[in-house]
Write a protein that binds this ligand. Structure first.
Ligand code: HEC
Ligand code: HEC
Length: 329
């Protein structure tokens, strides 16, 4: 291979990684980047370490405890928790599937944490440590109380999450560690159409009232999608794009990227239905301190534009995205 070609390949590779990183950090990206991103999946597909090798890791016992806190959060920290009663009826694993180590694209796994924290995030307007980020999910997704950062549970979660991402190079965000940004619909997401999708594709496991329960043979726990046991209104999943992108690549349970059962449209609509149902409401008035950086689908004002909370919740999102782009240029 000529020197020139080699450099070309290196540049292309670096470009892909850069695109992937850019992409994963940009909620509102146009469709061109989406295509480039598909090319870069191979370049950034890292695998979680084999759990059978855990025994050889230093701190093996602590890491194992961390893993069980992720897979069995409800039993350990939930309303009837054996260790503490500080979280809801979800497990971390309800959203961070397979112990936060599901390897296929857009699985919201923990592979990118060791490589990227501390990380600056617009929601807090701050550099966040891993402990801070975990407690963010505790008080939002888990609708609970923060863990004592010096306590054994926090130490174990950190040890496990760092172990899952230990082979990922610094500042790299694997595609598997992200949630897909689906292309916007040209209309507002439709809760009625979404209800029909829910009945056809979700209700069997998550229950008529979305309240979850156990499989007939009790081996699988179906987490609640709404109601008092589910995530609160400050959680990432309460943003339509996060929920729709999660469902596209992970639900009904068992699907993965490339084997989706739902169209993008069905994902937006079912997400709208789920997030239109009642759930715990909490206010985090210090979120998104720079309102011009507020996620387009964050459903609570104030905003730097004149669109309503209703439109920021259900769309159509494209007009908001276009106006925001105009302001930046
Ligand atoms: C209701 C769903 C849900 C539950 C339950 C949940 N999380 Fe999360 N978590 C999210 C979402 C959504 C994100 C943001 C992912 C994204 O936008 O790519 C996230 C992000 C994270 C991150 C940062 C990942 C990164 O790469 O920056 C960590 C760490 C994390 N969660 C830990 C936990 C822990 C520990 C628990 C249990 C105590 C938990 N989460 C429970 C939805 C959830
Ligand atoms: C075959 C059973 C099954 C079906 C069907 C199914 N799910 Fe799930 N779902 C699960 C399980 C199990 C989990 C938790 C995964 C775990 O704990 O490993 C889950 C987790 C979730 C979560 C994250 C946790 C929470 O409660 O918020 C969401 C959101 C979700 N499912 C949405 C859906 C949607 C939308 C559909 C229909 C398109 C659907 N699911 C269909 C079994 C199912």
């Amino acid at each position: 291979m000529s020197q020139f070609k080699k450099i070309g390949w290196i540049a292309l590779g670096a470009g892909c990684v850069a695109t992937a990183i850019y992409f994963s950090r940009n909620a509102e990206m146009p469709s061109v980047e989406r295509v480039n991103m598909m090319d870069s999946i191979a370049a950034t597909q890292y695998l979680p370490p084999d759990t059978s090798l855990l025994a050889h890791a230093p701190q093996a016992a602590l890491i194992r405890y961390g893993r069980s806190l992720v897979t069995n959060t409800r039993k350990l920290l939930g309303p009837e928790g054996e260790v503490a009663q500080i979280s809801n009826r979800l497990n971390c694993q309800s959203c961070h599937l397979e112990g936060g180590a599901k390897a296929t694209p857009y699985s919201a796994n923990f592979l990118g944490v060791a490589a990227n924290y501390p990380l600056f995030r617009e929601r807090s307007g701050n550099w966040e440590t891993i402990q801070y980020r975990i407690n963010d999910c505790m008080v939002r997704s888990m609708n609970g109380k923060p863990l004592d950062t010096a306590g054994q549970e926090m130490k174990a979660l950190v040890a496990y999450i760092l172990w899952v991402g230990k082979d990922v190079p610094s500042k790299t965000k694997p595609i598997s560690a992200t949630i897909e940004q689906l292309p916007y619909l040209q209309r507002a997401a439709d809760t009625l159409k979404g209800k029909a999708v829910f009945i056809a594709k979700c209700q069997l496991c998550h229950g008529v009232n979305g309240s979850g329960g156990y499989s007939v043979d009790s081996t699988l726990y179906y987490p609640p999608l709404w109601g008092p046991g589910s995530y609160n209104t400050a959680a990432g999943m309460y943003r339509l794009s996060r929920l729709a992108g999660f469902v596209k690549n992970n639900m009904p349970f068992g699907v993965s990227h490339g084997k989706s059962q739902l169209s993008d449209e069905e994902c937006w609509d079912v997400a709208a239905y789920i997030n239109s149902r009642p759930r715990p409401h909490v206010d985090f008035p210090n979120d998104w301190p720079d309102i011009s950086k507020k996620a387009i689908d964050h459903p609570f004002g104030p905003y730097s534009d004149s669109f309503s909370e209703q439109q920021h919740k259900y769309g159509p999102f494209e007009p908001i995205a276009i106006e925001r782009k105009k302001k930046r240029h």
